[in-house]
Write a protein that binds this ligand. Structure first.
Ligand code: ZN
Length: 266
């Protein structure tokens, strides 16, 4: 994680803007300065990425990167709250940048109107302190995991479908990764996605907000209660949250000790 520049001060406007969170003892002025010096990359300006980006921008994270190749469609607006009816057919990252800049002009917004792929992920991830994975497909979730783990960047995983969600935070070298939990993507016939299965917007909002909270905790320096080595599952139909313990897998293809030993030899 980036080093804190100790002589940094908050301006009067910043103290007022962030006063309700600076009051929180765990965060304080020092945590606020840490947030301002942090860079968060958000994969997907959609159902999860929208609430995550809005809360991170409002909280004063220094820079937000947004990766999304898509344009705003009418069927997105029920849950992707960064975008409005006026943004239909616009690039999602442009629409997102517009809203975030209006919400908080201090936040640098960097946009990547591309699909995250194996050959561009490391370049895009470079220079970020935390990643919020709001992607909607398994290949991207595994790609985010593998590249983030290899680059030692902490991230929040999440998935949502219908009335259910799940999320877990990964701190490489310290906690279990997504591939420790699920070794590989499920076969395509077992996959339900938003398009086929549906999703309630408010469920995406709850899970995306948890991802933003995790990013803030990590970046502001109160990491003790991070959602690591645990998968949180949320069932909105029964309104229940469950925690499932996740152990690091020494044979994990992304973070296992065998993998780490191999890469340190090469
Ligand atoms: Zn792993």
């Amino acid at each position: 994680m980036r080093k804190l520049t100790l002589n940094t001060r908050l301006t009067r406007d910043q103290i007022e803007r962030y006063s309700r969170q600076i009051m929180i003892p765990d965060l304080g002025g020092r945590g606020q300065i840490r947030l301002r010096q942090s860079r968060v990359l958000i994969i997907g300006a959609g159902g999860l990425g929208s609430p995550a980006a809005l809360y991170l921008g409002a909280a004063g994270v220094g820079a937000l990167g947004l990766v999304d190749p898509d344009r705003v469609e009418l069927s997105n607006l029920q849950r992707q709250i960064l975008h409005t009816t006026l943004d239909l057919s616009h690039q999602k990252v442009e629409s997102a940048k517009d809203k975030l800049s209006k919400l908080n002009p201090e936040v640098e917004v960097v946009i990547y109107p591309v699909r995250l792929e194996a050959d561009n992920a490391a370049t895009i991830f470079s220079g970020y302190d935390f990643i919020v994975d709001g992607s909607d497909n398994f290949p991207t979730k595994f790609l985010v995991n593998d590249i983030a783990v290899s680059m030692d960047i902490a991230f929040s995983h999440a998935g949502i479908v219908r009335l259910q969600g799940q999320t877990m935070t990964v701190v490489p070298r310290k906690s279990a990764c997504y591939r420790c939990l699920f070794r590989e993507p499920p076969p395509p016939e077992e996959i339900l996605n938003c398009q086929q299965a549906g999703i309630l917007g408010a469920v995406a909002g709850t899970v995306g907000s948890i991802q933003a909270t995790e990013a803030i905790k990590y970046l502001a320096g109160f990491e003790e209660g991070l959602l690591t080595d645990r998968l949180l599952t949320y069932d909105a139909k029964s309104m229940t949250f469950h925690m499932v313990d996740v152990n690091r897998d020494v044979h994990c293809a992304a973070c296992g000790v065998e993998r780490v030993a191999r890469s340190s030899l090469s």
